[in-house]
Design a protein around this ligand. Structure first.
Ligand code: NA7
Length: 538
């Protein structure tokens, strides 16, 4: 099939990153188009329609900061905004800046190949259409490839079954029905807490418990919103200075300079504070000092014991294999109280694993559970998964999937050697996975846009990362990883997913950078100011 279109820039993905990225390119007057596999924009927020899906970053730190008008106009209704409202917001942004006409929906990129002679990428869409671009910017998401479990018999189940990412558009009737949820990560915890009092019977199939603390959500009144609006400059400045991109600032009094009683009094206060304060505003030692982490973990375990009536269930809900805050922390509203309900049953898969899915439910080694609905809250092929789904071939036909077989290798999460003119927003080994996501996205988009503008101003047709600079970055990513206790945990931050073929248990894929975001951003800005010394520009 012949090529129908050529563009200076193709952006892939119309989620939070792609929406802002296409705006910046259009503002520069560039010939750019955004290709989206789905039939509408929104990415993560378009897809994750499961009950309970909401931000766990404060809404006003999650929204875009680039437009004063937008900040003045938008009223966040809740401190942690729910999915339907988030979709209204993203649509509002797209309409306000007239971005839809630069987006093509149902346009899934299945392959892209670099042509060294022409210095352009040739892209193939599902269905066979081909187009080309000088530059490709990937905005394909860090959690956009859902991974249902690989249990035998999944196709046999005669009730409704779906991964949370594929929760149907039409309301799913739950009243009076027997529902099974597999998975207790951030998603499972949101769903379980939300539906516990709406279903007939709820069976939670838990392989490993997660630490979880209260979200402390609340509505935002007109007056509060006015105060937030007046403070936006300060809010975004605070986020830019904090290691995690939030307003919460780490406590630097020194864990061991305080008495145990003083620490507990501080934790009592943090436990009541909204969002990630319990993590981000805690003592910095909790991330690297085993004894400090153990003491905090014991404190949080005490909170769980207080909230769950049955001591045996409480113990099953307390993680024993990793410390608090060493995996992605799910935030909850009445999650632990759900287990005090007569209709909620915890099935401990560490005692009796799932053997198979049957026509009528789930068979564990101990029992058969009859179910009407099965919800797979089993997570994602995180960070690199979306890249694996496109057949990406760089210089000399080299496959990206092959280069990244044992884990990604990138230059600061933005480029990867051998794949010229492919720029990644929130790419592997950037800070995006480990910080307040939109703050990292805006930085990524701004930096990529600066590089594209530089290329446009100087007539550059080829940009590639230097291999030595990339190697140095990978080593820094590993060093940052090794410095923190998270290095021993098993969550998606470290890249392992039991449902993905080729992932090896216990093998870290070094997919995210855990150094402080402000330093990461400053280094990138210095690179730009110095004319990109670690890139080869032609
Ligand atoms: P997560 O955090 O990866 O959680 C997935 C959960 O599903 C976790 O409890 C897993 O147990 C469990 N799981 C995965 N596969 C299976 C199988 N095969 N059998 C039983 N249990 C399984 O994904 P989420 O969607 O909750 O969260 C992802 C991110 O989305 C989240 O961090 C936020 O950033 C938004 P495990 O712990 O692996 O034993």
């Amino acid at each position: 099939m012949s090529e129908s279109e050529h563009h200076e820039v193709v952006v892939i993905g119309a989620g939070v990153a792609g929406i802002y990225q296409i705006k910046r390119l259009i503002d520069l007057g560039l010939d750019a188009v955004l290709l989206e596999a789905d039939d509408d924009l929104g990415g993560t927020w378009y897809r994750n329609r499961y009950p309970g899906a909401r931000f766990d970053s404060e809404s006003y730190t999650y929204g875009y900061s680039f437009s004063q008008e937008l900040l003045d106009e938008w009223h966040w209704k809740e401190r942690f905004s729910p999915q339907p409202e988030n979709m209204r917001y993203l649509n509002y942004v797209a309409d306000k800046f007239d971005l839809r006409r630069h987006m093509r929906f149902n346009a899934r990129v299945v392959a892209m190949a670099w042509d060294e002679e022409e210095r352009r990428w040739h892209l193939t869409l599902e269905g066979g259409e081909r187009l080309s671009a000088r530059f490709v910017i990937s905005c394909i998401g860090v959690l956009s490839v859902p991974t249902p479990p690989r249990y035998a018999g999944i196709e046999d189940f005669e009730g409704e079954a779906f991964h949370t990412y594929w929760w149907p558009k039409e309301p799913v009737p739950l009243e009076g029905r027997r529902v099974g949820v597999i998975g207790t990560g951030a998603t499972g915890i949101q769903v379980i807490a939300e539906i516990a009092d709406k279903v007939g019977e709820l069976y939670v199939f838990q392989r490993r418990p997660n630490w979880s603390t209260p979200l402390n959500n609340a509505p935002i009144s007109e007056e509060e919103m006015a105060e937030i609006r007046a403070r936006y400059d300060e809010i975004f400045a605070n986020c830019a200075q904090s290691p995690g991109g939030f307003e919460h600032v780490p406590d630097r009094r020194g864990f061991w300079n305080l008495t145990h009683e003083e620490r507990v009094a501080f934790w009592d206060e943090l436990y009541r504070r909204p969002g990630f304060a319990i993590l981000q505003a805690n003592f910095i030692e909790i991330f690297s000092d085993e004894a400090a982490n153990r003491e905090l973990s014991e404190y949080i375990a005490g909170r769980i014991r207080e909230r769950v009536d049955d001591p045996e269930i409480a113990e099953k809900l307390i993680p024993k294999d990793h410390g608090f805050g060493t995996q992605r922390l799910p935030l909850e509203t009445n999650y632990f109280e759900a287990y005090n309900r007569d209709n909620v049953h915890l099935v401990d898969l560490s005692e009796s694993p799932i053997e198979r899915i049957t026509r009528t439910g789930i068979q564990t080694s101990a029992e058969h559970y009859d179910l009407d609905v099965i919800v797979f809250a089993t997570g994602f092929n995180a960070i690199t998964g979306a890249f694996d789904h496109i057949d990406i071939r760089g210089r000399d036909g080299r496959e990206l999937a092959e280069k990244w077989r044992d884990g990604p290798s990138t230059w600061r999460g933005l480029l990867t050697h051998g794949f010229p003119n492919l720029l990644m927003v929130a790419g592997p080994q950037s800070v995006s996975g480990s910080t307040n996501y939109p703050r990292a996205i805006e930085n990524g988009v701004n930096w990529v846009t600066g590089l594209i503008a530089h290329a446009s101003d100087h007539g550059l047709t080829r940009i590639e990362a230097q291999p030595e600079a990339e190697q140095a970055w990978v080593e820094e990513v590993i060093r940052a990883h090794e410095r923190i206790l998270l290095r021993r945990s098993k969550g998606w931050f470290t890249g392992y997913n039991s449902n993905v073929e080729g992932h090896e248990a216990g093998k870290v894929r070094y997919q995210a950078y855990f150094g402080p975001a402000p330093k990461y951003v400053a280094t990138l800005e210095a690179q730009a100011a110095e004319g990109y010394p670690e890139l080869v520009l032609e």
